[in-house]
Write a protein that binds this ligand. Structure first.
Ligand code: APR
Length: 180
């Protein structure tokens, strides 16, 4: 599914974020930035040990913030590491932090002159954020950002399975009825 927002494209695909050839891919990291499972593990495995070596120099990342490194052996030139909230039930704070993770990732990308970014479904795995709510927050944040800043020309959400893809498609239709 793909929609135009001004001169930018927002698209939803099912796939593996480590295989994306966008300028940057976003890592669903933890605050230590020292690797983990899920997306984090896959990105570090594919990028190689130099990624961890660079991460070690960054001194961690707060929840809701984002930092950037090189991509090393990945197709993507950069990795933007962001930390989503651990979900402990519906709360304005969890929603605020998830929104911030997407917002800060886009700000970091724009500051680097990045034109295309691939996101995973942040916080919806180990961190337990329900896909339905997380996809709505993610898409609302990115759509708002793209209406305000046209420098980033492509944002691709890379969903790992059909259930996640369908959750994002449902949220996108809610947010962009013209496309339904
Ligand atoms: N490509 C795209 N999406 C993926 C991939 C992949 N290769 N691997 C997993 N996913 C999906 C999961 O199915 C989930 O929908 O990414 C989403 C986020 O899941 P996690 O990777 O578990 O990330 P998160 O929920 O944000 O938890 C972060 O997990 O791996 C650790 O170090 C990480 O402590 C941190 C925590």
């Amino acid at each position: 599914m793909k929609i135009k927002i001004g001169s930018s494209i927002l698209e939803l695909v099912q796939g593996d974020i480590t295989q994306q050839d966008t300028d940057a891919i976003v890592n669903a990291a933890n605050r230590t930035l020292l690797g983990g499972g899920g997306v984090d593990g896959a990105i570090h495995r594919t990028a190689g040990p130099e990624l961890l070596a660079e991460c070690r120099t960054l001194g961690g990342c707060d929840t809701g913030d984002a930092v950037i490194t090189r991509g090393y052996k990945l197709k993507a030139r950069y990795v933007i590491h962001t930390v989503g909230p651990v979900y402990r039930g519906p709360s304005p704070n969890a929603e605020r932090l998830l929104k911030s993770a997407y917002q800060r990732s886009m700000e970091v990308a724009m500051a680097k002159g990045i034109r295309s970014v691939a996101f995973p479904a942040i916080s919806t795995g180990s961190y337990g954020y329900p896909l339905k709510d997380a996809s709505y927050v993610a898409l609302l944040t990115i759509i708002d950002f793209l209406w305000n800043y046209s420098e980033i020309k492509l944002v691709r959400f890379v969903l790992f399975n059909q259930r996640a893809l369908e959750a994002f498609e449902t949220s996108l239709k809610r947010l962009n009825p013209a496309e339904s």
